[in-house]
Ligand binder design. Structure first.
Ligand code: ZN
Length: 60
């Protein structure tokens, strides 16, 4: 009975993953939007650098 029920870390709904499917698609959509915004701001930067910036912002 000590088995923990897995929950989504974002919305708290029961989920097999740490993030449920609906939150996953939300996060993915948000990340894509942020990335597009950042890409416009930093056209001179490389893909890897943009990825770093996106990840940094996602941590906030
Ligand atoms: Zn969720």
């Amino acid at each position: 009975m000590s088995e923990k029920q897995k929950k989504c870390m974002l919305c708290g709904m029961p989920s097999d993953d740490s993030i449920c499917d609906s939150c996953k698609s939300n996060v993915r959509g948000e990340a894509a939007q942020k990335k597009q915004k950042i890409e416009k701001q930093v056209k001179s930067k490389s893909e890897a650098e943009i990825d770093k910036i996106v990840k940094k912002q996602m941590d906030d």
